[in-house]
Write a protein that binds this ligand. Sequence first.
Ligand code: TMP
Length: 207
Amino acid sequence: MAGRFITIEGIEGVGKSTNVDFIARYFRERGETVVVTREPGGTELAEAIRRLILDTPREGLSDTGELLLMFAARAEHLHSLIRPALARGDTVICDRFTDATFAYQGSGRGMDWGRIETLQTLVQGDLRPDLTVLLDADTAVSAQRVAGRGEAKDRFEQERAEFFARVRAGYLRLAAENPQRITVVDAAQPLVDVQARLKEKLDVRFK
Ligand code: TMP
């Protein structure tokens, strides 16, 4: 596959959207064709699955159902958008991908990582991101930013601090196990500093 596949991860409120825009600009300025997308979602069908997941209260959807819906959305996203874009040679920047499933469904909900690996192989084969940026911050920083948005909370945003502490630990475990692919950026710093670090890392990686 010719194109680059870059994903951004982190718990809620760490500034993923702003930094997705920053990374997209970085590659557009280099003259690359950039496709920005997100998970769960990214295609009409996958966005419908996203609404189904996020709008269903905790008791209305089992942990197994949640896990399978994440991968169902991912299968459609890969089929209709990500793989075709990579085949054209585009740079695909995705706000969350399978690391989120290990962190949220695996570490957050307590589902077995081995089963998630099996689904990962079924849905993706050997496709993995070329680079994953993990924006890392303490759960207190993230909770403060989410509260500041003043919007209605979805299925995950309603979870307690302990849940996000487990999710964060899951992400840090993934980063420790995949040091070549996952780069960790301290998201508790002011945004200018986060983006300066991000630029340095992209320059080193894609010079
Ligand atoms: P977002 O609001 O950051 O776009 O993500 C939607 C929510 O979905 C977020 O709380 C994380 C969650 N999620 C999972 O639990 N597992 C996954 O595999 C993905 C992609 C997202």
